[in-house]
Design a protein around this ligand. Structure first.
Ligand code: GLP
Length: 273
């Protein structure tokens, strides 16, 4: 993790209690916090970290996320990979293996808004990857609960996640683990709350009603089992929830604290401008 500067610039007061989302499912007081001057540098550094994990620690698959935060990260990853020597690029393509956190239930792979389609457009196609090596839960499986179990088994068979990159939902969720969430919650089918459907509406023509009501998500169990975690937070809208994660212990005993006691090397990188 190269020239990252350790800093916490979260001096603004918390938002008033009435505006606060539900208690977040994660709490980050012992994470390594690294602030960047702009979102572009966050993306470049996260992309470099993902690439070096794939190059030098390929034994376990990458854990990937979708969403607006990740789009510029993948654009940077495509650019950075393209600058490597041809032979190294080919080696990386052939040996690529990643597991995404989540997928909506009921969306076909090519449907606008589906995470599979987003991964295809942002990573599979520009990198020329075999789609089989960029894995996601199957949102069209007839039995989503069985599909969640199958996906968890597939991930376990691949050795579990090496580096897991995480976006942050406005209500403090990672993946689609809506808070409060038990640290032992495994990959499962889950109902999405209204704030999440509202936040994700831009991918559905700005219509929250078009956002599926359910999703399959890796649980905190699989996420915490990753060798390292990298939480990526950009934009002013995420400032209140990041401050809460840093300053408040989870109120609900079922909430979890993602910290060093879980034996993961955890970084939160952010730019709240
Ligand atoms: C979504 C996804 C997460 C994503 C997060 C943040 O609901 N389930 O995987 O990381 O929320 O999304 P965004 O980056 O668009 O703010």
């Amino acid at each position: 993790l190269l020239p990252w500067r350790r800093a916490v610039a979260l001096s603004q007061p918390l938002s008033p209690a009435a505006d606060r989302p539900a208690a977040p499912s994660v709490c980050l007081p012992s994470w390594n916090l690294i602030e960047f001057p702009n979102a572009g540098s966050v993306s470049e550094q996260v992309a470099a970290r993902l690439l070096s994990e794939r190059r030098f620690r390929p034994e376990r698959p990458l854990g990937l996320a979708t969403g607006r935060t990740m789009q510029p990260v993948y654009a940077a990853l495509v650019r950075q990979l393209g600058q490597l020597p041809e032979a190294e690029q080919g080696r990386l393509r052939e040996r690529w293996l990643s597991f995404n956190l989540d997928e909506y239930v009921g969306l076909a792979a090519e449907a606008p808004g589906s995470f599979r389609r987003a991964m295809h457009e942002q990573l599979v196609r520009p990198l020329g990857l075999d789609p089989e090596r960029v894995r996601l839960p199957d949102g069209t499986a007839p039995d989503p609960t069985a599909e969640a179990q199958r996906y968890a088994d597939e991930l376990a068979a691949a050795g579990g996640i090496g580096l897991q990159v995480l976006g942050l939902g406005l209500n403090g969720h990672v993946g689609f683990n809506e808070p409060p969430c038990d640290a032992t919650a495994a990959c499962r089918c889950i109902g999405l709350c209204d704030t999440t459907r509202q936040a994700n509406a831009p991918a559905f023509d700005d219509d929250p009603g078009a956002v599926p009501r359910r999703a399959i998500t890796l649980g905190l169990k699989e996420i915490l089992a990753a060798r390292s975690l990298l939480l990526v937070v950009t934009g002013a809208a995420k400032a209140p929830i990041l401050r809460r994660l840093l300053s408040e212990p989870p109120r609900d005993r079922k909430s979890t604290r993602l910290n060093s006691s879980h034996l993961v090397i955890s970084y939160a990188v952010f730019c709240l401008k």
